[in-house]
Design a protein around this ligand. Structure first.
Ligand SMILES: [Zn+2]
Length: 253
């Protein structure tokens, strides 16, 4: 009869092997999705993002920056704030994000061009808003599963790029901060909407009127810096009534 020690060693070995199998499967799946996304044509990605936006007819309160396969020659990180956001006084302006010891945000003169982060063009996708259970209330929806539930055609457009993993592909496309297919809100780059916090929320209040500020930008560190800040997510807030009042926050995992 095997001793208890032998039994424990056997169980541990079995657990280690099954864990290794899970990791290998995860990495294989991740590589398949990254490859599929990199091989997608511009029109395939455009079709996907148009369907996400079209999954709601309610006016959007902001954008999420999604992957494209286009390169940019613009240096650093430049994010034009789309014109179309109602009640968003920074609409139409451009924000340059400079990463030195800290992350700095500079509002610069507007000029045409797509947002670009470290040589990659990203596509602002309007975040769909859906009605909640309570009458008259609507909410930003960020999760890929919600878009697929609201828009059946979306699955076919995704399956054209990745037949095996359509939902996971969408998570990868919409979370530019992580090289993974798991939907992680802190890996999203957002304009407007609301912050996904790494730690507990640090809401900012206006220095002039005391009201809670709105989210202007959320940026995962990996999207704005090749070396530093990889563990962090960076936020810029501002007061809609006093647009010159802004406040930045960094949180680390
Ligand atoms: Zn204010």
């Amino acid at each position: 009869m095997p001793s208890l020690t032998m039994l424990a060693i056997g169980l541990l070995a079995a657990a280690a092997i099954s864990f290794a199998v899970v990791v290998i499967r995860f990495n294989r799946k991740r590589r398949a999705i990254v490859r599929a996304a990199a091989a997608a044509t511009e029109s395939q990605l455009e079709a996907i993002y148009t369907l996400v936006e079209g999954s709601s007819t309610l006016p959007a309160a902001g954008h999420v920056l999604a992957r494209t396969n286009r390169r940019s020659t613009a240096p650093g990180c430049i994010i034009p704030i789309p014109e179309e956001l109602p009640g968003f006084p920074w609409a139409g302006r451009r924000i340059e994000v400079a990463v030195a010891k800290e992350v700095e945000y500079r509002f610069i003169e507007p000029a045409p061009g797509a947002p670009s982060l470290l040589g990659k063009v990203v596509r602002p996708v309007r975040v769909p808003r859906y009605r909640t259970g309570r009458a008259g209330t609507t909410r930003n929806a960020f999760a890929p599963e919600k878009y697929l539930a609201a828009c059946p055609e979306l699955r076919a457009a995704l399956a054209e790029v990745s037949p095996a993993y359509p939902t996971e592909l969408l998570a990868y496309l919409l979370c530019i901060g992580g090289e993974t297919f798991e939907f992680e809100p802190i890996n999203q780059a957002r304009i407007g909407t609301s912050a996904a916090w790494v730690q507990s929320p640090e809401h900012q209040n206006c220095g002039e009127c005391g009201k809670r500020m709105a989210l202007i930008l959320q940026l995962p560190g990996t999207a704005i810096s090749r070396k530093h800040l990889h563990e962090g997510t960076f936020y810029l807030f501002g007061c809609a009534q006093h647009p010159e009042q802004t406040s930045s926050v960094a949180q680390f995992g």
